[in-house]
Design a protein around this ligand. Structure first.
Ligand code: SF4
Ligand code: SF4
Length: 138
């Protein structure tokens, strides 16, 4: 049996694709398990979805080709982020946006903790951190 991988991708797509059954096809045709991290529609009706996909690497590759074939802008996100404890000012901004609990506040100490095994590499903390304490590892 093929190795299972989990990768995060962001999708940007035109208004006519907003209601398309894309998740259904990812599950049925490519046997992937999607986990939607964030989805939004901009004022000009462009769709944005950030999701992780779990499944066989070959199926993942085929699914990316499928999505690109729909004229979606598909960005594969880096596999890992790193947290620089020394640079971190413990402001907590990243914990408010982290969807997986990878960055969290430890109580009662009220210190920030990073658990890389929970991270789905969604980039939210990178945008939220005012001091660049979280970075992508390429
Ligand atoms: S990239 Fe940052 S916000 Fe996203 S899951 Fe990982 S730690 Fe949390
Ligand atoms: S946003 Fe940056 S500085 Fe603030 S707690 Fe998170 S990693 Fe630390």
């Amino acid at each position: 049996m093929a190795d299972t991988i989990t990768k995060s991708v962001s999708l940007r797509y035109s208004p006519e694709l907003v209601d398309a059954p894309i998740i259904y096809h990812l599950v049925r045709d490519y046997h992937l398990i999607p986990n939607i991290i964030r989805a939004s529609i901009s004022p000009n009706k462009e769709g944005y979805t950030l999701l992780s996909l779990t499944g066989a690497e070959e199926d993942f590759r085929k699914a990316i080709v499928y999505l690109q074939g729909l004229n979606m802008v598909v960005e594969q996100l880096a596999d890992k982020v790193s947290w620089d404890e020394l640079r971190c000012t413990q402001c907590g901004a990243c914990t408010a946006v982290c969807p997986s609990g990878a960055l969290s506040v430890q109580r009662p100490e009220m210190t920030i903790r990073f658990d890389g095994t929970k991270c789905v590499v969604c980039h939210m903390c990178i945008e939220a951190c005012p001091v660049d304490a979280v970075k992508l590892d390429f």
